[in-house]
Each structure stands twice: as structure tokens, then as C-alpha cells.
Design a protein around this ligand. Structure first.
Ligand code: URA
Length: 205
């Protein structure tokens, strides 16, 4: 695809940042993880999504949101009419944090120090891409984006002014939907998630 001069520069800057992040040791999470899972998508994306951290499958593949949460995210985006290929998708924390349990690796929540250490990367990604809209998926992403712990239910589904003047949104994380035990509640929350994504998509079309 044709790129403007600045778009080409952004692409090169993003690739340089990705290469640098592959050796990141800013916090101890790099050691047991397979690899850094950097963000993915066009350098001129108008929409940027932030997840929590790579899961087991993302850690092995080296790509964000390719496992069960990613598949649900893909389905919700498609239903909301948002093209994932035109968005940039990244995570607040770029190494998989887990507890070994037998042969399995169980997801562990990143702590405040790990979120803070990794915040440098997502801020660089946002500074290069300069998206019109940044979306935090869940509490970890919201904490990284806003610099403070927030309650998702209180601030979801409404535009917020970010420090750089661009627009921020917060919604739930797709894994939250996967964990809901009640079928009716799951259907209801999934519909709310799709509705949030649809409204967000309208901001960049
Ligand atoms: N959950 C996330 O937050 N990010 C991923 O990349 C995968 C699952």
C-alpha cells in the first residue's frame, strides 16, 4: 500500500522499536517467557487497542490476541464492523506472566510494578502511531493508559481526553467474557462489548 513520507517513517520507527523490545529486561518477566510479544498492525492505524498481556498461545506464537481471548475479540470486532487489520493491537505488558502447574502454564496477573515498567513501550508505540482513538481492554490496560487504577464499570463506553489530546476509551477485556459462568450473563455482556466496539469504530470512520 502507498505510504506518505511520515507514514513510512512511522513504519520504520515501529520496526526499530519492535527490535529493541525483543531484548527487553525492564522487569523480571522476560526470563521465564518465550519471547516479547510486541504490538501488531499498521503504523498509520487510527485505532489502537491495548490488552493485558500475552497468554500461553501468544507467548508461543509471538503475536498478540491469537488464542481463545483473541478469537472472541476477532468475532466481536467483526460483529461491530471494525476491521482488525486496520487497527494496531498491543498489550500493556509484553511478556507472558504465569505460574507453572504440572505441564501447564497458568496465567498470572501482572502487578503494578510490571505494568509501570512496561508502560514505556506502549507509550512509544502510541507516540509513533499517534492513533485517533486508543482503547484499553480491561483494568490492566486502563491502568497503563491512564496511569492510575480505575473501575471499568464506572468509566466504560464513553470517550475520555488523554494527556496527549487524543481520545481514550475503556471497555471490558474479552477474557472477562470467557470467564463468566452464567450463559445469559455471558450473552448480555458480549452484546455490551460489541456495542462498545461499534461506537468506538464510529469514531474513526
Ligand atoms: N489477552 C491479552 O490481554 N492479550 C493477548 O495478547 C492475549 C490475551
Amino acid at each position: 500500500t502507498a505510504r506518505t513520507a511520515s507514514g513510512g517513517d512511522a513504519h520504520a520507527a515501529l520496526e526499530a522499536l519492535r527490535a529493541e523490545a525483543s531484548g527487553c529486561q525492564r522487569c523480571p518477566l522476560w526470563q521465564p517467557a518465550t519471547q516479547t510479544v510486541f504490538g501488531e498492525g499498521p503504523a498509520d492505524a487510527r485505532l489502537l487497542f491495548i490488552g493485558e498481556q500475552p497468554g500461553d498461545q501468544e507467548d508461543l506464537a509471538g503475536r498478540p490476541f491469537v488464542g481463545p481471548a483473541g478469537q472472541l475479540f476477532d468475532r466481536a470486532l467483526a460483529e461491530a464492523g471494525v476491521d482488525r487489520a486496520r487497527a494496531y493491537v498491543s498489550n500493556a505488558v509484553k511478556h507472558f506472566k504465569f505460574e507453572p502447574r504440572g505441564k501447564r502454564r497458568i496465567h498470572a496477573k501482572p502487578n503494578g510494578g510490571e505494568i509501570e515498567a512496561c508502560r514505556w513501550w506502549i507509550e512509544q508505540e502510541r507516540a509513533i502511531i499517534r492513533p485517533t482513538v486508543t482503547v484499553a481492554l480491561g483494568a490492566t490496560a486502563a491502568q497503563s493508559l491512564l496511569g492510575r487504577a480505575v473501575t471499568i464499570s464506572r468509566i466504560r463506553g464513553q470517550p475520555m481526553a488523554l494527556a496527549d489530546g487524543s481520545e481514550g476509551w475503556v471497555t471490558v477485556h474479552p477474557s472477562f467474557l470467557l470467564r463468566l459462568p452464567d450463559e445469559d450473563r455471558r450473552v448480555e455482556e458480549y452484546a455490551r462489548f460489541v456495542a462498545d466496539l461499534r461506537r468506538i469504530g464510529e469514531r474513526v470512520t
